[in-house]
Design a protein around this ligand. Structure first.
Ligand SMILES: [Zn+2]
Length: 275
């Protein structure tokens, strides 16, 4: 039987033999690191493999740190025939606490029937994260509202009716009911329909592992399978599902990870870079 130090040595040897390990970085949960470089053919994170992404004219691997991540991440890439590695340390959880009061208790403490419905819906939604394919988008994405108000509260630790709940995984923008909601990029409509928590919802597949989400809509103007262009009217703002008033909840999954959607909307300065 191998002793523990021997296993560690073997692992270190493997690392030296197959590639170069670059200086460590840190990033917050829900953040992104753009690992820049030319000649990248493939990016690898966890069990995902994806194409590099251009940001400000620079190519690189866009490495997500999921909001609920609890450990460091080791990203890899193939570049000029070499495998490179980057370790990213998990930084502090930087988001505030938000207290909410939901009057409709049936949407907080679920009946067995509603719980079964949520589980069915989650199974349908969870299938979306594995979608890949050629990138149809470029960064930054287009705004989902013509005039984006200040907003967000991405990552907020939520206390709903005095009980701690899951953190907020998107950004909320309070605008009047009926405000047009626009596709953030060219996409295929992966899912569109009515869901227990998110109400009338649209999930857009932009390729290469990028999914954008638009929740609590009043009207829906697209159907599953439809190919749509950037800026296309996909619905209007509402307050359907579990919601405290009219607003757009905008969310992004990148390589299956929950990340701050504002990072995709033209705040590239907030994206950490590594070389
Ligand atoms: Zn929200």
């Amino acid at each position: 039987m191998l002793s523990r130090p021997l296993i560690l040595l073997a692992a270190a040897g493997l690392l030296a033999a197959t590639g170069q390990t670059l200086a460590a970085q840190t990033a917050s949960p829900g953040g992104l690191v753009h690992w820049q470089g030319d000649g990248i053919t493939r990016c690898l994170v966890d069990d995902r493999s994806f194409a590099p992404t251009d940001l400000d004219g620079q190519s690189g691997c866009l490495v997500p740190l999921g909001l609920t991540r609890t450990d460091d991440i080791v990203a890899e890439r193939d570049r000029d025939g070499q495998r490179e590695r980057l370790r990213i340390g998990l930084g502090e959880y930087p988001y505030a606490v938000q207290r909410l009061h939901i009057k409709d208790r049936s949407r907080v403490d679920l009946s067995p029937g509603n719980l079964a419905r949520v589980q069915r819906e989650n199974a349908l939604i969870d299938k979306l994260w594995a979608r890949q394919g050629e990138p149809r988008f470029s960064l930054p994405l287009g705004p989902p509202l013509e005039d984006m108000p200040a907003g967000g509260r991405f990552g907020a630790k939520r206390i709903i009716n005095d009980e701690p709940r899951s953190p907020h995984t998107g950004a909320d923008y309070a605008v009047p009911r009926g405000t047009p909601v626009l596709a953030a990029g060219r996409a295929v409509v992966a899912l569109a329909g009515e869901f227990f928590f998110s109400g009338n919802s649209v999930f857009l597949d932009h390729g290469n592992g990028l999914i954008s989400m638009y929740f609590h809509l009043h009207e829906l103007f697209v159907e599953e399978g439809e190919e749509i262009s950037r800026g296309r009217l996909i619905g209007t703002v509402g307050s359907t599902g579990r919601s405290t008033g009219p607003h757009l909840h905008f969310g992004i999954r990148w390589q299956g990870a929950r990340v701050d959607p504002s990072l995709f909307l033209g705040a590239p300065a907030a994206i950490r870079t590594a070389r």
